[in-house]
Write a protein that binds this ligand. Structure first.
Ligand SMILES: *Cc1c(COP(=O)(O)O)cnc(C)c1O
Length: 506
């Protein structure tokens, strides 16, 4: 390679040369400017339609693989106008649709190191100290959740963590019941008997996991929820007895600590007792509610979680870390042996004898990001009392929204918030038909999005269309929500008029 070509290529990589360092700073500054301009735009969304966004993107970037490279200044400028300006802004207080948080600054700083160091968590010889950081985070997290003999691993999020919980539960059940090693032998003939119980408000990733694990979605038996949207213990008891009577083999019980719509927390203590009585693996999906552990005021709501065999925790929800960042914890660290395998090139058995820490044996992933650095840095840089305050504010915002909606006769609120969601319907003057209410609520959400005024969610409760605030921004103010609620009313009234006109015409 000639000197000048090497110098040029040098500028595309992070090396110890001065040219590389300058290029790095330059490109990172450009990225930061793009980010800042998007945040400064100060709107939850541009309101652009999918088609408009697509056209804008194609106009700025007509070629997928252009012959000639663009300058960073020019390319980032195009990126600003075509992408960042039309990105949903999680930084905005009125971006309140999903369990999708504004990321904390320590997490963002960690991301710079995670990608720059570009370590991989599968083996010690691809990570070095990063493995120790992840292990420290897992050990600390286990203590935080009361799993004193526990262990854990970082995951891409709740979906993967739930899959892992059910995977371990399935392996354990087959070994214990039929002395059958699914990892080696595949599913046993009796597999169609295996059943998983969770509430009818559990996350859909439970069904997905059952399907991926070869048990099929119908292996998931939904248990009824009570008036507060928590698992109904009587129905659980009934379902378990019925299954036993039919000769079925229930093997896992899943509690949700923070359901997606209502933020309801299943009765963890009672469920753990039922799990012991029926010899079920007890998994707690705390993807949403896990963040309560950071609040002395609220953590009592998770009482009983320390009895879980495994726990799903999502750092990219109520721990405010950039996506993706999840964890899977087990109460008994030897549980990971159900899934461990060895690769001669990566984690040979000899390494185990020499106690070389290769985390790949605990994960469904091979190459894996150093995401543990995000919570690690955030815990170091933010005090416990500030964490508590962040959780307190997030939850109290939901209470505020609840009160405002409760006091307004144009709305029906579907529940008292347990965490930070509020599910409600615009019901106008109370004289509207059910069909009209359903339509109006969907239109309100669509209008807010298309106007770029607010990003809120829609959902259905027993077939009734509802709106939902998912509040994960501790900096949002009651005032922001009060204005939004007024706007929802205005839009509801306008859309009602429009609907009447449409009907008049047809
Ligand atoms: C978000 C969520 C999941 C899925 O987690 P991802 O991180 O999106 O994969 C699972 N369960 C619950 C209760 C959730 O809130």
């Amino acid at each position: 390679m000639t000197g000048s070509v090497k110098t040029k290529i040098d500028a595309f990589f992070l090396t110890n040369s001065q040219g590389s360092m300058e290029s790095y700073q330059h490109v990172m500054n450009q990225a930061m400017e793009t980010l800042k301009s998007a945040v400064l735009a100060n709107a939850p969304f541009s309101g652009a339609s999918p088609q408009l966004v697509k056209e804008g993107l194609e106009a700025q970037f007509p070629e997928f693989l252009p012959e000639a490279a663009g300058s960073p200044r020019e390319v980032f400028h195009k990126l600003s106008s075509a992408v960042a300006d039309h990105a949903v802004s999680v930084h905005h207080p009125l971006c309140a649709a999903h369990l999708h948080c504004p990321p904390m600054l320590p997490g963002l700083a960690a991301e710079v190191l995670i990608s720059g160091l570009n370590l991989s968590m599968d083996s010690w010889d691809q990570s070095g100290a990063a493995t120790m950081v992840e292990q420290m985070v897992m050990d600390g997290l286990c203590r935080l959740f009361g799993l004193y003999e526990g262990d854990g691993v970082m995951t891409s999020g709740g979906t993967q963590s739930n899959l892992m919980g059910l995977l371990l539960a399935r392996e354990r059940a087959a070994l214990k019941l039929w002395n059958w090693d699914i990892k080696k032998q595949g599913l046993p003939v009796e597999h169609h008997l295996l059943k998983i119980l969770c509430s009818d408000a559990a996350h859909f990733s439970v069904q997905q996991a059952a399907s991926v694990l070869g048990l099929g979605e119908e292996a998931v038996i939904p248990v009824k929820t009570d008036a507060a949207h928590r698992m109904c213990m009587n129905d659980l008891e009934e379902k378990l007895k019925q299954l036993k009577k039919e000769g079925k083999v229930p093997f896992a019980l899943i509690a949700t600590a923070g359901t997606t719509d209502f933020g309801a927390i299943d009765p963890l203590e009672k469920m753990s007792q039922a799990a012991k009585q029926y010899d079920l693996w007890f998994h707690v999906d705390a993807a949403y509610g896990g963040g309560l552990m950071m609040s002395d005021q609220h953590k009592h709501k998770l009482k009983g979680i320390d009895e879980a065999d495994s726990i799903t925790v999502d750092f990219h929800k109520m721990f405010y870390q950039p996506i993706s960042c999840g964890a899977f914890l087990v109460n008994d660290r030897s549980s990971f042996s159900y899934m461990k395998r060895h690769a001669d090139y990566l984690n040979p058995e000899e390494d185990d004898e020499e106690e070389v820490p290769n985390l790949v044996g605990k994960s469904l992933q091979t190459t894996r990001r150093f995401d543990a650095l995000k919570p690690f840095l955030s815990f170091q840089l933010i005090s416990r009392s500030d964490w508590s305050e962040i959780i307190r504010r997030t939850l109290s915002l939901a209470k505020d929204a609840y009160k405002m909606l409760e006091h307004d006769s144009s709305f029906t609120v579907m529940h008292k918030p347990e965490l930070s969601t509020v599910v409600f319907r615009y019901t106008g003057d109370g004289m509207l038909t059910e069909d009209a209410v359903n339509l109006l609520n969907y239109r309100i959400r669509d209008r807010l999005l298309a106007n770029g005024e607010a990003v809120i969610a829609r959902t259905k409760v027993k077939g009734h269309a509802c709106l939902k605030f998912t509040l994960l921004n501790p900096l949002a103010e009651a005032e922001d929500l009060s204005k939004l609620i007024q706007r929802i009313k205005e839009i509801g009234q306008n859309e009602w008029r429009r609907l009447q006109n449409e009907e008049g015409r047809s």
